[in-house]
Write a protein that binds this ligand. Structure first.
Ligand SMILES: [Zn+2]
Length: 443
């Protein structure tokens, strides 16, 4: 049976929930003690609410602690968040953050070892072995993506090709001549490579390429399908962020029903991005992560800003680690309509449920003559989606309107439009067009 072969660390990835939670609790206790002793930000935070790390005796107690935000990390620039002296730090990276100061993150030798193991996990989970040639087309530099993947690939014993980014024709030559089997990059860059292959007259079927392991930007099933069809490969999603470690935090297995989160190293919570309240499994909200093994740069309840949901049900692959849904977007995308917070990304799954496909769509927020907010949803019509029979179309639009009202709390107007009027590229077409004149609450 292939289970042992396709799992990097069965003793950790297949633990029972009880064992896992016991391990998480022990590691959380150690982490809270470490940050309380060594990081003045956490000392102040804990003292302010009268929290003694010695008192924590169940995982639920984590929820009493305040969040850590990117602003907190930026204010600690450059090294104030480090929990060990610099002499114990063997590697330094930085986040690409949008704030003025990027977060500088450090790793001890143990941190680097864990990181390699966690990347080895996600590679093994999608079938990478020592027989593979893995081309890393991420920017080698301060950003954690390239080096994180790089050392995990070596850990597996596969051959790593540090191609970095830029010069796409050269990337294509490497793909072809080095007989790359696995491509690591952003999904957007994979599509660019597909274009250049076509321009160079190279048939992707003649390449040794079998799979793509993508991350670094939010993407969706449409993009996955596009890359798979253009490059003739299987594509897998993975998730990580510099502030928490880098790649290796979560990754899909061959079943591709969510990304297994390394719960023996990170505790995940899903919270309402506005109220901060913890949401039940299955609800979409902001991912909050607490590191429980990091020595140099631990973070407690770090708000990632990424929207996803959590699934703790069993996965056919045998791993018991919870899965997060592919990151659908950022909390910053929230739009407030009639006082209701709406995540535009929540519309996608509703469209898929009702229509069986996920067409491109756009939210348009406007005000009517009485200055009341109106939510419009423009949906790209395709042959697969809407048949020419007007009656069936009307039934489907009614179902959509009702389902969206029930889920989001606002009744939308639905417009069926030509794909070109939305734009087919998610980067060029904003998901939300807000036509209200500067009247956003709090703006
Ligand atoms: Zn699985």
């Amino acid at each position: 049976m292939g289970i042992a072969m396709t799992i990097w660390d069965q003793s950790r990835e297949c633990m029972s929930r009880d064992q896992l939670e016991q391990l998480q609790l022990e590691r959380l206790q150690a982490t809270l003690n470490r940050v309380y002793r060594n990081v003045s930000f956490y000392k102040k935070t804990f003292d302010r609410i009268g929290f003694d790390p010695e008192d924590i005796d169940d995982l639920g107690a984590l929820s009493v602690l305040p969040f850590t935000s990117r602003k907190d990390l930026a204010a600690a620039y450059p090294y104030e968040m480090f929990a060990v002296p610099l002499r114990e730090v063997v590697r330094i990276h930085a986040s690409s953050g949008t704030l003025e100061n990027p977060s500088i993150v450090g790793y001890t030798a143990n941190d680097v070892r864990h990181w390699q193991d966690l990347v080895a996990r996600l590679l093994t989970a999608v079938g990478v072995t020592r027989d593979d040639v893995v081309q890393v087309a991420f920017n080698y530099g301060l950003f954690t993506g390239a080096f994180g993947l790089h050392y995990g690939i070596e850990r597996i014993g596969a051959s790593v090709v540090p191609a970095s980014v830029g010069n796409t024709r050269r990337q294509v030559s490497i793909l072809k001549d080095y007989r790359t089997t696995t491509l690591v990059c952003t999904p957007g860059y994979a599509l660019r490579i597909a274009q250049v292959l076509e321009r160079m007259g190279i048939d992707p079927k003649t390449l040794a390429l079998k799979r793509g392991i993508f991350g670094g930007e939010p993407w969706d099933e449409q993009m996955r399908t596009a890359v798979e069809q253009q490059l003739y490969i299987r594509v897998y999603d993975n998730y990580g962020l510099s502030e928490v470690m880098g790649p290796g935090v979560a990754g899909e297995c061959l079943n591709r029903q969510g990304l297994h989160l390394a719960e023996d190293h990170f505790i995940a919570e899903i919270v309402d991005p506005v109220t901060g309240q913890i949401l039940p499994d299955g609800s979409t909200g902001e991912l909050v992560l607490t590191t429980i093994t990091k020595e140099a740069f631990p973070v407690i309840r770090f708000r990632t800003g990424d929207l996803t949901s959590l699934d703790r049900t069993a996965c056919p692959c045998g791993r018991t680690l919870a899965r997060i849904a592919g990151i659908a977007g950022r909390c910053d995308d929230i739009v407030i309509v009639k006082g209701v917070n709406i995540h535009p990304v929540e519309v996608g799954p509703i469209l898929r449920e009702v229509t069986g496909t996920e067409p491109a769509y756009q939210l348009v927020v406007d005000r009517d003559d009485a200055y009341q907010d109106r939510l419009g949803i423009r949906i790209a019509v395709s042959e697969a989606l809407f048949f020419d029979k007007m009656e069936k179309q009307r039934v489907m639009v009614d179902r959509l309107r009702k389902k969206i009202r029930d889920t989001l709390g606002v009744t939308p107007d639905i417009y069926l439009v030509e794909a070109a009027s939305i734009g087919t590229d998610s980067e060029t077409a904003p998901r939300v067009v807000d036509k209200r004149t500067r009247g956003k609450p709090g703006a």
